[in-house]
Design a protein around this ligand. Sequence first.
Ligand code: ADP
Length: 406
Amino acid sequence: MKVLVINSGSSSIKYQLFDMTDRTVLASGLLEQIGEPSSCLTHHTRDANSEMRKITKADLVANHQAGFQLIGTVLTESGVLENTNELFGIGHRVVHGGEAFREPTLINEKVIDTIRRLSPLAPLHNPANLVGIEVALKQAPDVPQVAVFDTAFHQSIPVHAFRYALPEELYQRHRIRRYGFHGTSHYYVAKQAAEIIGHPIDSLNLITVHLGNGASITAIENGKSIDTSMGMTPLEGLIMGTRSGDIDPAIIFFLGRHNGNKIEEVESLLNKESGLRGICGLNDMREIMHLVEAGDDQAKLAIDMYCYRIKKYIGAYYAVLGQLDALVYTGGIGEHSAAIRSGGCQGLANLGIELDERKNTVQSEIPAAIQSENSRVKILVIPTNEELEIAEQTIKRIQLLSGDGM
Ligand code: ADP
């Protein structure tokens, strides 16, 4: 049962081909810089010895259409897919589902129109996701295709938590509210946590902390998201690689009046020049950690601020939940940085959250529990796998519709 997962960006296409009978990755790849002479495809295929083999193709790929054609050719040539009719389904990552999509959805013309209508909420992402969907539909018209939304898991957030205290009319007219992102990842690690703990997910309260280039934290009550740190856009909440996270909105007016910035400049400043980069000049956590080791004060400040913001949200979400079974770290930083995990939990022992610093040194590719023996709350490190989650949801949706999954 082969499923192709596609994440189409404005100038890139990421993909993974799964054999879902045993959840193995048959191939994965990234096509970058579409439309530029420097476009490049990096493709990995599982060979007969189950080793991943790398192929690179550096040729001009003029547009997404040509990109999908190239990916199709490489999948065929590397022997993992004879033709698209072998696919059980194609799963597309779609960033913004607004209030329209609460769950994975089989793609048809109406769904495409709705995703397009939601583009003002995610102008950088939804149009690029749509290009991928439209080209894939043309190239594989007989394969069922499913849209899996980053926002869907957070549609269970109650109204008192998703609304901003702005004039009612703005919500009615523009649907200005908290949507939340990284939903596929938060849900995936929450399910994994339930398996590790050995209780059904709908009986567990969790705080999931996704720390990658973007970062967000979610309060999960009885398996459902009830609050999350990203808002109407991914800019709100935790400090990120280049995004500021929470700031006083009045800073924006101040920049306009006293720093001569236009609104587009402020938008770019908050999204691309702020966060860790704004404080210490770098946005890659590994590089920042090297600077800290070399005694760089700004890098140390950036880390202190980063951890403080995580801890503040953990405290807030603990209060929101009232009772907490497990705190889960995931994403590139959450999975690999002992210092950040430790910093986020500093001083929380009285809340029942206590790390075992020795166990916390894990750099494991498999889930690990890192709480101390005295900790009432479990602290878990769980590698995320958004692509696998998209593949699973794609299958589930197709089977439900065809009656197989009932
Ligand atoms: P994305 O959000 O783009 O998927 P990732 O989840 O892969 O990104 O996270 C990327 C971040 O993870 C980078 O800041 C990178 O430096 C960090 N990271 C990866 N490995 C480590 C490590 N061993 N220690 C600290 N940070 C790490």
